[in-house]
Ligand binder design. Structure first.
Ligand code: FE2
Length: 294
């Protein structure tokens, strides 16, 4: 079994003494999913997975999904995206910095993303961190009157339609009609009960929600800004600085995340500031928990 200890920060746990190329037992998966739902995100250290081995591991966590922005998919591995600063597409700062804003992967999809993982193949000496906000803790810390209010609320979502803050970038742009129409507007509650842990969390209060039902557009913007400011305060945020070999996994139903700051392009994949994260996302439940699906 793996060794797991809390990060010591607001959330997250560090996983060591495991080799995911060889060990994919149900017992290990149960240990990891339990730790994930207890801590919201995991950092699995010292992995050197091939793309095929990474797919096998990620497939234990749900059904792998393809991102709506098809121009970011990796050739031959269409569920995988190369998040970084070394490729031709990354010369566009709008692409390279499209995650420099709080968001929840797949919150704009009817059947939402339940997990995302990022495997660090190249890690910059400085910068390029991912911040993860604990939306369970944020929910539980709400004033009880406000908590009862959000318990009843639903919002309409569409990719990139929410307002961004002054220290954030717009989302990576939709470029084609096909991408624009892949996911129609969908409705989600502002508070989700996790299908495995049963814990309640604020859900996706940034990037895609643009209309809280029963509010005007201006009221929606002010209310979401208030929730987002609360949920992303330092009390709830773990700030992950990558080392090569890390796999950062976050439970997208109970977290938001963002790239910490604007990232410079790297001149070569070997440069000190080169950053390359292999990203996979899945929907549905991990295989070991599928009996809980409705
Ligand atoms: Fe993301």
């Amino acid at each position: 079994m793996a060794t797991i200890r809390p990060t010591g920060s607001a959330c997250g746990a560090v996983v060591e003494d495991v080799d995911l190329t060889h060990d994919l037992s149900d017992d290990l998966t149960r240990q990891l999913t339990g730790a994930l739902y207890d801590h919201r995100c995991l950092v699995i250290k010292n992995q050197t997975l091939t793309k095929d081995a990474y797919y096998r591991f990620a497939g234990e966590w749900g059904e792998l999904i393809r991102h709506v922005l098809d121009y970011l998919r990796m050739p031959g591995f269409p569920e995988m995206m190369a998040i970084g600063n070394t490729e031709t597409k990354d010369r566009d700062p709008g692409v390279r910095n499209g995650a420099v804003a709080w968001h929840t992967d797949g919150s704009y999809i009817e059947d939402p993303t339940t997990i995302t993982m990022l495997h660090a193949v190249r890690a910059p000496r400085r910068g390029g961190e991912t911040m993860v906000a604990d939306m369970v803790a944020a929910y539980e810390a709400l004033d009880p009157a406000l908590r009862s209010e959000v318990d009843e609320m639903t919002a309409l979502h569409y990719y990139g339609r929410a307002e961004v803050g002054p220290d954030e970038n717009p989302v990576i742009p939709i470029k084609t009609e096909a991408q624009a129409t892949t996911n129609d507007v969908c409705e989600k509650p502002l508070v989700l009960t996790h299908p495995v842990s049963g814990r309640r969390a604020l859900y996706a209060v940034a990037q895609s929600p643009f209309q809280i039902n029963g509010m005007t557009e201006i009221e929606t913007q002010h209310f979401l800004a208030r929730l987002k400011t609360h949920a992303t305060s330092a009390d709830f945020v773990y700030d992950h600085r990558y080392e090569v070999g890390d796999i950062l996994i976050f439970d997208t139903l109970s977290t938001m995340h963002r790239a910490k700051g604007n990232i410079e392009a790297a001149s070569t994949p070997e440069a000190d500031n080169a950053r390359l994260l292999w990203r996979l996302s899945a929907k549905g439940l991990p295989k070991v928990h599928r009996h809980l699906a409705a």
